[in-house]
Design a protein around this ligand. Structure first.
Ligand SMILES: *[C@@H]1O[C@H](CO)[C@@H](O)[C@H](O)[C@H]1NC(C)=O
Length: 393
């Protein structure tokens, strides 16, 4: 446009001032579109922002602490340990934990280990033909000890390098296929969870005010019949997480006990109760399930009558339960109300944009409307019919 008319007209475009002029479109269809878009915005503000998001609330996140107490007994009779009754002091390791507890369910026991020399377990890097294959002082991190430099008979057919270590070595390939402590499915755990929302000075615990001690002695959590009882049967936890207890007990695993403390503290709602859910946290790969489960080793030391120290090595498999309390509390606050309402209502400014678009593209009289909508005010226009565009002579 400013090719021939020159620099001065170009300057006009930069410094032209645009001011809106009200145009009333007497069309039911355009009017409907306008009102309908307005309605959508209002519905969004009321329905989503206020009711669903509760954007009028101040929020705070939970601070929580957990203690647990497991109860139950299991009896095992194995060749390595003989008859043995397990009580809570033995199968919960360590005796107290931080937001979690571990229950022993299966194990490989290697009794009577002493500090001595014995041939390594056979594998490609430890088998040997004669002493020249073994290096004195060499230790393999994946092996069991420090090589002495000798090549010994491991069995009648295999020779392996001798090592200085705790002998005999653990053979953990003979893991019981049915968990030794299958009775652990009937153990129960009492979970005591106290929470705080510091901003609102709210303190709660999962032993609700209406629970008395006689109820607590006999109740057991059940989602439908006893949803408030804080005592859980381990089998119930595992099955609600969609797993089979006896299956999981063989190789162990990690289970989450999730306590949802989402609270609405407004006076008209006033609800702040724990909701429990359970899920398995160590994902087992359905096809390539290498290194499954959860295990660790610990030892018990003994002294024989002749003063020699021996130990019992236990490779423990079991289920670790992580108690995770989470949630946010919300309470009416004037600042979030103003900020969020302002942000939501600013969508109203989009309504004319949508309506204009509809008017200028979908209506039959769109060309007429568009001529009326934009007009350039110049000296000439005074004598011209409204709607003439700039530069038309
Ligand atoms: C657990 O208890 C139930 C019912 O009391 C019983 O039928 C089941 O045999 C028990 N499980 C084990 C492994 O002992």
């Amino acid at each position: 446009m400013c090719k021939t008319t020159g620099f001065q007209d170009c300057l006009h475009y930069v410094f032209d001032y645009e001011t809106p002029k009200t145009l009333v479109i007497p069309s039911i269809r355009v009017g409907c579109v306008f009102r309908f878009t307005q309605l959508l915005v209002v519905l969004y503000v009321v329905g989503y922002v206020c009711v669903v998001q509760k954007a009028y609330q101040d929020t705070d996140s939970v601070i929580s602490t957990v203690t647990t107490k497991v109860k139950g007994f299991a009896f095992t009779n194995t060749s390595d340990m003989g008859p043995h009754l397990w009580d809570v002091a033995e199968y919960v390791i360590p005796p107290q934990g931080d937001h979690s507890f571990f229950v022993l369910t299966n194990m490989v026991v290697t009794p009577e280990q002493t500090q001595s020399r014995c041939p390594e377990l056979p594998n490609p890097s430890t088998t040997c033909v004669d002493d020249c294959d073994c290096i004195e002082g060499h230790s393999d991190p994946r092996g069991n000890g420090i090589q002495t430099g000798l090549c010994e008979n491991y069995s009648t057919t295999v020779k392996t390098c001798e090592v200085l270590s705790w002998c005999p070595h653990e053979v953990d390939t003979k893991l019981p296929e049915r968990a030794l402590m299958s009775a652990a499915e009937n153990f129960t755990v009492l979970i005591k969870n106290s929470i705080t929302y510091p901003k609102f000075n709210i303190h709660r615990r999962n032993i609700l005010p209406h629970i008395n001690s006689s109820y607590l002695k006999r109740c057991e959590f059940n989602r439908t019949s006893d949803p408030d009882c804080p005592i859980f049967r381990l089998k119930h936890i595992v099955s609600e997480a969609g797993e089979d207890f006896q299956d999981m007990a063989v190789k162990g695993g990690i289970l989450g006990i999730l306590i949802d403390w989402s609270c609405d503290l407004d006076w008209w709602a006033k609800k702040c109760y724990p909701k429990y859910s359970f899920r398995r946290l160590d994902n087992k790969h359905p096809v390539n399930n290498v290194a499954p489960g959860y295990n660790f080793r610990f030892v018990k030391y003994y002294k024989k009558s002749d003063g020699e120290e021996t130990r019992m090595l236990i490779k423990a498999y079991g289920i670790r339960f992580n108690v995770i309390a989470f949630g946010t509390a919300g309470k009416f606050g004037i600042v979030p109300t103003i900020v969020n309402l302002g942000a939501a209502l600013s969508f109203l400014s989009l309504v004319p944009v949508v309506t204009d678009w509809f008017m200028l593209t979908c209506m039959k009289k769109r060309d007429f409307y568009s001529k009326q909508k934009v007009s350039y005010l110049t000296e000439d226009t005074e004598s011209m019919p409204m709607g003439s565009t700039y530069g038309t002579q």
